[in-house]
Design a protein around this ligand. Structure first.
Ligand code: SAM
Length: 273
């Protein structure tokens, strides 16, 4: 078979493109995310969290992992968009036992809704709250999280930044059979707005451009802490990611008082009610 027809054959035998599958393989790690939530609550509160609410849950993969961690755990997912919710219902929820499924509830609602169910932990992951560009709107969201947390609850959000996030650049990560591209298209130093795209390219296919698009405000850690405190949180903590021998993030986070300068960092911020 010629090289050209081998490529053609490969393209025709690939499964239909499933953007959430490639997203999960590239950016999500719900099994370790829930361990971090569990351990952080235990460290700060000295007891176990039982009810976890995943705001901006998308395909609610963190909810599904949370109920697998412990038979007493319950999860609530909240997202405005029915599309990722349906995907999670068809692809992730069926992987749970019936009993585990009975402990997951997903709501097609706005995270600003004051009637959302209360939880011990409210978690907003993958920087989703960067969609709120003004301090006033972000504070309203943080206030609603505060109000809908159980007493003694924790609000845990992730954040990212570094000098690399203050300029246009595109980074390719190769995976088995495909490449993932994190493309920062723009950064505006006046507003701190950043425009990001995720592209994918499966072997033997054209690059699929702008599969996911994020128009965000790049919030800094001190801003996030200050706004959490203004929203009522009594204390905030920062968890910084460690590095492996190549200087890359190792997925392990520890509580720190001072960070370190780097091109690109990821951190969690936890607010205590
Ligand atoms: C960046 S995705 C993150 C999905 C998921 N948390 C993850 O880790 O992959 C952002 C999600 O937030 C949802 N979203 C945006 N604004 C929202 C709002 N005000 N209330 C609820 N969901 C919202 C979108 O529908 C989308 O599914």
């Amino acid at each position: 078979m010629s090289k050209k027809s081998a490529v053609k054959k490969r393209a025709t035998t690939l499964k239909p493109f499933d953007k959430y599958l490639y997203y999960k393989k590239s950016v999500q790690s719900p099994d370790t995310d829930v361990e971090f939530l569990r351990d952080t609550y235990k460290e700060l509160r000295g007891t176990d969290a039982r009810v976890m609410r995943e705001d901006f849950c998308g395909t609610f993969s963190i909810c599904c992992e949370w109920v697998k961690l412990n038979k007493n755990n319950k999860a609530i997912g909240v997202d405005l968009d029915p599309e990722p919710i349906h995907y999670g219902k068809n692809n992730y929820q069926p992987l749970l036992t019936d009993e585990q499924q009975s402990r997951v509830k997903v709501l097609e609602k706005n995270v600003m809704d004051a009637s959302l169910p209360k939880a011990d932990i409210i978690s907003a992951q993958n920087f989703s709250y960067y969609i709120f560009k003004s301090r006033e709107v972000l504070k309203s969201y943080f206030k609603n999280a505060y109000k809908t947390l159980n007493n003694g609850g924790l609000f845990i959000v992730d954040s990212f930044g570094g000098s690399q996030c203050q300029e246009a650049n595109e980074e390719e990560t190769e995976h088995d059979g495909f490449s993932y591209f994190w493309d920062q298209d723009k950064f505006d130093p006046v507003t701190n707005d950043g425009l990001f795209f995720i592209h994918f390219k499966r072997k033997g296919e054209k690059k699929r451009e702008k599969v996911f698009v994020y128009d965000w405000r790049m919030w800094s850690i001190p801003e996030i802490r200050e706004i959490m405190e203004e929203a009522g949180f009594k204390t905030t903590h920062v968890y910084w990611e460690g590095t492996d021998k190549d200087g890359e993030g190792n997925g392990e986070f520890s509580r720190i008082k001072e960070g370190e300068e780097c091109e690109s960092w990821v951190a969690y911020i936890a607010g205590e009610k």
